[in-house]
Write a protein that binds this ligand. Structure first.
Ligand SMILES: [Ca+2]
Ligand SMILES: [Ca+2]
Length: 185
């Protein structure tokens, strides 16, 4: 099951000034929040928070990211529990992995037949999902989080200064950040 068709028509470019302001705000927020030590010691997780600001049953609470020499890390924490047997919470991350303001990668996180899956696809300029680059089982430490660890080799040009946003695919949905894009993994 590929879910990103829900996102058809999504803009692949964001307008300049609001994005820049959001990016600066996100960067300042990240500096203020600071990085915390990760589970492997060498990790440096970047944490953003988003309010309980929608009616979705899987409202985004935190977006946690990291980039290591081998791994692109994403974890989404929610305000509510989403139990795989009771709720089909799903998320999408769109990001500009090449740093050229094109949203060129789509990460879909959804419940498959064997638990949550992280599916990475290319995204064409019109926002349609393109070729599948690979998938990995998601990790879930609790019923309020889902985590993806993807090979860095799936993102040939990636660096820390990546722009991205996260959205639930529930209806109604939640977006983080609410406007614009986060910047930096
Ligand atoms: Ca939220
Ligand atoms: Ca939000």
């Amino acid at each position: 099951m590929r879910l990103s068709t829900v996102e058809r028509g999504a803009a692949t470019r964001e307008n300049g000034r609001p994005v820049r302001r959001a990016a600066v705000a996100a960067f300042v927020a990240a500096i203020m929040i600071g990085s915390v030590a990760g589970p492997a010691g060498a990790w440096s997780l970047r944490i953003r928070t988003d309010g309980n600001d929608s009616d979705t049953r899987a409202d985004i609470r935190r977006v946690v990211t990291d980039l290591t020499p081998r791994i692109v890390f994403f974890r989404i924490d929610t305000w509510q529990r989403f139990h795989p047997a009771a709720q089909n919470a799903a998320f999408i991350v769109r990001f500009d992995s090449g740093g050229d303001r094109e949203l060129d990668r789509v990460l879909e996180i959804y419940r498959g037949p064997h638990g949550y899956t992280c599916l990475l696809e290319k995204s064409d300029p019109g926002g349609e999902p393109g070729a599948v680059l690979g998938d990995r089982h998601a990790r879930r430490d609790n019923l309020r989080s889902v985590e993806c660890r993807l090979p860095r080799s799936w993102f040939p040009r990636i660096q820390r200064a990546v722009r991205f946003y996260v959205k639930t695919l529930e209806s109604p949905s939640d977006r983080a950040p609410n406007k614009g894009l986060y910047r930096w993994l």
